[in-house]
Design a protein around this ligand. Structure first.
Ligand code: NAP
Length: 314
């Protein structure tokens, strides 16, 4: 059958593409299924400084573009399709998508993770009208305005630095008084003349005039005090960029595989509790989530998928 693959990789982020490269290069019949577009989370990163061998001014987009070309050169197929149902229980795994149903001897789960929402009043109403989860995509819309970045991790601080290109001022709103981001990013943010901080605070509400966001209500978690931030009379709008962590894209796997806190459990060989099913990248239960660890997971998963297929044939 044409649609039975040696390996099907679910997700075309760094982990999936790396797995696709290794599997394709091992001459395995390999398919990557991607729901939206190649790259996952990383395409929204404005600058990649810590991926070994990155070219000058490397962005998430440029890195992924080169990865995709490399993967395709080894005959790994990439299809855009939306998975409706996945059956990992039999020897041949079945993936039912909107357009097609695919079968595989082995599977690599590289589903990634998505930006977490604040969940406060007004957030949903102003997504795309002032509230954004992607500085590269939307930063330019807020040229000359005040920008608020919510979060204190690597993403928040890295993207706040990027947003100084556009914003009149960039204010990082963090729920504690110490940043989680790496020391190098912290140093750059603390030294940046356009970056300010609001500590110990969370967003209670996003306000706006129906067309664009123009205010925030913050709650100081130590004192309980509420503060309202408003756009100036002349600006009339503010930018709000939310980087408060990620949620794994594993809904489709619920009750089908061992997971912890929504992340798929895998060992150091990327093996899950199901024979022939491997996991790689941000959807794996682990402590470090970087592009470099995702591509490493992908390579290990593909090498072990190949070993699994070899033993299956014996
Ligand atoms: P993260 O490391 O999980 O940080 C999330 C931040 O948001 C934390 O500061 C957290 O506060 C805060 N937060 C969480 N929930 C919140 C809520 N409900 N309200 C307000 N604040 C909230 O997430 P991330 O920065 O998106 O990074 C995800 C992963 O990608 C991490 O492993 C990170 O190292 C990696 N990453 C790496 C790079 C890089 O290496 N250049 C760049 C971006 C991301 P607390 O600190 O109080 O928990």
């Amino acid at each position: 059958m044409d649609n039975v693959y040696d390996v099907i990789i679910i997700g075309a982020g760094p982990a999936g593409l790396s797995a696709g490269l290794y599997a394709g290069r091992s001459l395995l019949k390999t398919l990557i299924i991607e729901k939206i577009t190649e790259g996952g989370q990383i395409v929204s990163s404005s600058i990649i400084e810590n991926y070994p061998g990155s070219i000058e001014d490397e962005s998430g987009f440029s890195l992924i573009e080169r990865m995709v070309n490399q993967v395709k050169s080894f005959n790994t197929e990439i299809v855009k399709d939306n998975i409706i149902e996945i059956d990992l229980s039999s020897n041949i795994k079945k993936i039912k998508c909107l357009k097609e149903t695919y079968y595989a001897e082995s599977i690599i789960l590289a589903l990634g993770a998505s930006p977490r929402k604040i969940g406060c009043k007004g957030e949903e109403d102003y997504i795309g009208k002032g509230v954004s989860f992607c500085a590269t995509c939307d930063g330019a819309f807020f040229r000359g305005l005040d920008i608020y970045v919510i979060g204190g991790g690597d993403s928040a601080v890295e993207e706040a630095l990027f947003l100084t290109k556009f914003g009149k001022k960039v204010t990082i709103v963090h729920r504690r008084d110490t940043l989680r981001a790496t020391k190098n990013l912290q140093r750059r943010a603390f030294n940046h003349e356009k970056i300010d901080f609001i500590w110990d605070s969370v967003v209670e509400e996003v306000k706006g005039d129906g067309l664009e966001a123009n205010g925030l209500v913050l709650r100081n978690i130590k004192t309980g005090e509420l503060t309202e931030i408003k756009a100036s009379e002349e600006d009339k709008a503010i930018g709000i960029f939310v980087f408060i962590g990620l949620d794994p894209n594993t809904g489709i796997l619920e009750d089908k595989i061992d997971m912890k806190n929504g992340y798929v459990i895998g060992d150091e060989d990327m093996k899950t509790n199901i024979e022939g099913v491997f996991v790689a990248g941000d959807c794996k239960y682990k402590s470090i989530r970087q592009v470099v660890t995702a591509v490493s997971d992908g390579a290990i998963a593909a090498i072990n998928a190949e070993k699994f297929l070899d033993t299956k044939k014996e």
